[in-house]
Structure formats: structure tokens, C-alpha cells
Ligand binder design. Structure first.
Ligand SMILES: *Cc1c(COP(=O)(O)O)cnc(C)c1O
Length: 447
């Protein structure tokens, strides 16, 4: 009894050596490990802040689930038409509460983030309307949705025009340009929260709120939509709380918590969500059909986990930013900036380093760690791209993942991490890979 207790107490303070031995077995050299640990020492306060946000958001999710009386019966789905799908309808009520909107559409039939955004746009715009982006160029895949790059079925083909107001050089909103770009035909304004794969800053929910107020002052009837991809649960509030009429995202990013195997959501006003439902299925049918099949338990449990999973991904991004910044690489956001999404960019300057980094991330994966990713000609890109994934859900970018276009400035974008210890290991492994390739000399790892 006595020894058992003592043993347990000793176990709580796992010796640094034991962890280090574990890392050594995983191929992490002592110098890489100690360097990583020394970087982490300086991040305690920031990690505490992230944990506080996760705590707040966890309570937000739990209380929404309780208020909506989520029951065991909600976890099993329907087949066929999917009439009277209690779990699906309740989940949509939970999303509306979490995102503080009147209503929400959350479906496995929404295949990805781009589809959710296209659906929100196509269902709320009519021929002759104009769409405005007041924050410069939208995410790559939306160029085809809008018709900036010609594509079958684009908004342009339906006579919906598009304008954008560029951001100022410092990444802030150009209010005069936005005012000038608004016309009587402007029907919908699309605001992308995350920088995605650009170098502009990601906007805070507060900044988005200011922009929405400005737009609504000029034209109160304009619909304001926020592309919320990668932003969910990073802050205490979401864009619906600062006036957004629609908040749109993917379930294989933050809100799916790594468990959702597919899906997208549109949270917003009753009218906007209803329009989207009639477009998703069919006029006359709307949200009444759409069987949830077997995904509901993962949708619920994923949403339940999403606040802490997002916190892990945020810690990973901050750790990587500080680790690589200290080695002299340019990082966006920088090591000390406040965060509004989970994406981290590191500029390495050479193709070899981009490749080594991604191969390190892959080597740390729970799935396909034995695979060595190589640059390839991905459809839709103008240069070869290397991608590291090794995810449980194919293409899921809330799981630790990285990709880098093989062209100047030779930057990698990386994001995700379902658990902080895995993300930490992945980042150490990326550095180890750079060391093994002779790109980072061990001498540079002195503290
Ligand atoms: C990921 C992303 C999208 C598109 O989502 P997919 O699921 O990849 O189609 C759109 N906008 C932003 C900002 C994103 O990060």
C-alpha cells in the first residue's frame, strides 16, 4: 500500500530524463529537445491565456448542448429522406446557440468549406446583385465560385457581379475604397476572417465587427457574411455576435474537433439559413430532408472537443513561431502577436528546407508516418506543392498538417494538432528533419 502510494507520487513527476529518452526513441536528438524546451519556457503565460479561452468556450458548448436538451436519441441518425431527424435538428439548434445566431444549417451533405461558402452565396444572391469583398482577394477556391477565374456554374454565369476593395498597405480596412465600391446593387459583403495563404493579417472578431458596422451604416439591408474557416473558438466571441448575418465554415477544420468526417455549417439569420437550406436540397423541401446517416455522434462529440482541440492547434502555432523565429526565419504571425486563427507561416527561403520541414511533420503523424511526402503538380496550383498530412480524416487540417508551394519565398504553412503533445512532437520532428538534412546546424541550437 505504502510503496504503491509512493510509486504513484513519483510517477506524477515524470523525470525530464524519462521524457527525453522517449523523445530520443522517437528520433529527437538531445540538442533539439533542449532547444525546444527552452523556447517553451517563455510561453507559459500565453498558453495559460489560451487555456482560459478554451475553458470559456468549453462551457459555451456544454451549456448550448444542455439548453437544447441533447439526448442519447440525438446521437443516432436517419437514412433515406431523413424526415424528423431529431439529432440533426437539435445539433443545428446547438450550433445556433454556440455561434449566437438565430439559426444554423449543419450537414454532412455540405461537402467542405468551399461548398458551404458557395451555398451561402448562391442561395442569398440573385441575378443582377453584386457581391463585394471589402478585404481584398478571397480564398483561392472562391475565385472559381465567384467567377474571378471562369468556371462552370460560377456566380458570374448567373449574372451576379463582383467587386473587391483592397486592404491598405498595412493590412487595415480602406474605408473610403469600401464606400466607393458599394453600389445600389451591392447585396452581400463577404469578409474572410483568416488570412488563409496570404500575408495580410488575420482579422479579430472585434475588427470584423467594426467593418460590419461601417457597411450597415451605409446600407443596413446588405447581408454581411463571414468566412469563419480556421477562426472558430480562437476567441471568446464569434462573428455572429458583432453583426454578421451569416457565419460559414468547414467541419474538417476547428468546429469538427477532428472527429467530424465531413461537413460544413452556415449559422445566421433565419432568412439567410432558410435560403441556404432550400438551395442545398430543393425548393419546397429545404431543411426537412437530408438524412444524417451515421455522423451525428461525431458531429456532437467533435463540437464538444473543438475548444480544446483548437487550443492545442494554437499552442502549436505559437510554439513553431517562436522556435523558428529564434533561429532567424521570418514567421507570420510573429512569435508574440495575438492570434485570430490557427495558421502559421514560416519562410525558409530554400526548397530543400520546405521539403525537410514537411517530411518532419509527416514523420510525426499517427497515420502514414512511414511515407515520405514529395513535391507534386497539384491541380489548380502554378507550382509544385509538398503536403504533409498523416491524418485520421483525409485532408483534415485541424489535424497536424503542413504544405508548402515550391516557389519563392519558399514558405510553409502549417496548422492543426489534435493534441498539444502530438503537435509539440511534430514541431520538434520538423526541426530534427532540418538538422538531419544539414540545413540547421546543431551549433545554432545554442540557447
Ligand atoms: C479552408 C478554407 C476555405 C475552404 O475550405 P475547404 O474545406 O478547403 O473547401 C475557405 N476559406 C478559408 C479562409 C479557408 O481557410
Amino acid at each position: 500500500m505504502e510503496t504503491g502510494r509512493r510509486r504513484a507520487a513519483g510517477g506524477q513527476h515524470l523525470k525530464m530524463e524519462e521524457i527525453q529518452n522517449m523523445y530520443a526513441r522517437m528520433g529527437i536528438d538531445r540538442e533539439v529537445y533542449t532547444y525546444g524546451e527552452s523556447v517553451l519556457k517563455g510561453l507559459k503565460e500565453r498558453f495559460e491565456e489560451i487555456d482560459e479561452i478554451a475553458e470559456y468556450n468549453q462551457l459555451k458548448v456544454i451549456s448550448a448542448m444542455q439548453d437544447c436538451r441533447v439526448s442519447e436519441a440525438c446521437l443516432s441518425g436517419t437514412t433515406g429522406y431523413g424526415y424528423n431527424d431529431l439529432g440533426r435538428d437539435t445539433l443545428e439548434a446547438v450550433y445556433a446557440k454556440v455561434f449566437r445566431t438565430e439559426d444554423a444549417l449543419v450537414r454532412p451533405q455540405i461537402t467542405c468549406g468551399t461548398h458551404a461558402l458557395a451555398l451561402a452565396l448562391m442561395s442569398n444572391l440573385r441575378p443582377g446583385d453584386e457581391l463585394l469583398s471589402p478585404v481584398g482577394k478571397p480564398y483561392d477556391t472562391l475565385e472559381e465560385v465567384i467567377g474571378i477565374r471562369p468556371s462552370k456554374g460560377s456566380l458570374a454565369e448567373y449574372g451576379i457581379t463582383y467587386r473587391q476593395a483592397e486592404l491598405k498597405a498595412d493590412g487595415s480596412f480602406d474605408y473610403e475604397a469600401i464606400r466607393a465600391a458599394m453600389s445600389p446593387r451591392t447585396r452581400l459583403v463577404t469578409i474572410q476572417r483568416s488570412k488563409g495563404y496570404q500575408t495580410r493579417p488575420t482579422f479579430s472578431v472585434g475588427q470584423i465587427g467594426e467593418l460590419i458596422s461601417f457597411v450597415k451604416q451605409i446600407r443596413p439591408d446588405v447581408i454581411c457574411m463571414v468566412d469563419n474557416c480556421y477562426g472558430e473558438f480562437v476567441e471568446r466571441i464569434e462573428p455572429g455576435e458583432v453583426g454578421a448575418d451569416m457565419v460559414v465554415g468547414s467541419l474538417i477544420k476547428n468546429p469538427g474537433g477532428g472527429l467530424a468526417p465531413i461537413g460544413g455549417y452556415i449559422a445566421g439569420t433565419k432568412e439567410c439559413v432558410e435560403n441556404a437550406a432550400f438551395r442545398l436540397t430543393s425548393p419546397g423541401l429545404g431543411r426537412e430532408v437530408g438524412a444524417s446517416l451515421g455522423v451525428l455522434k461525431d458531429f456532437y462529440q467533435g463540437l464538444f472537443l473543438a475548444p480544446t482541440v483548437t487550443a492545442s492547434a494554437l499552442k502549436a502555432a505559437i510554439f513553431a513561431a517562436n522556435l523558428y523565429e529564434r533561429l532567424g526565419y521570418a514567421v507570420i504571425p510573429d512569435g508574440s502577436e495575438s492570434r485570430h486563427d490557427i495558421i502559421q507561416a514560416v519562410t525558409f527561403g530554400t526548397p530543400e528546407a520546405v521539403i525537410a520541414f514537411c517530411q518532419g511533420i509527416q514523420a510525426a503523424a499517427p497515420v502514414d508516418s512511414h511515407v515520405t511526402p514529395q513535391p507534386w503538380d497539384m491541380p489548380g496550383y502554378d507550382a509544385k506543392v509538398i503536403m504533409a498530412a498523416g491524418a485520421f480524416v483525409s485532408g483534415s487540417s485541424i489535424e497536424l498538417s503542413a504544405d508548402g508551394p515550391i516557389k519563392p519565398p519558399y514558405a510553409v504553412y502549417f496548422q492543426g494538432g489534435l493534441t498539444w503533445p502530438h503537435a509539440k512532437h511534430g514541431i520538434m520532428k520538423s526541426l530534427q528533419s532540418l538538422v538531419n538534412s544539414g540545413i540547421v546546424e546543431k551549433g545554432r541550437l545554442r540557447l
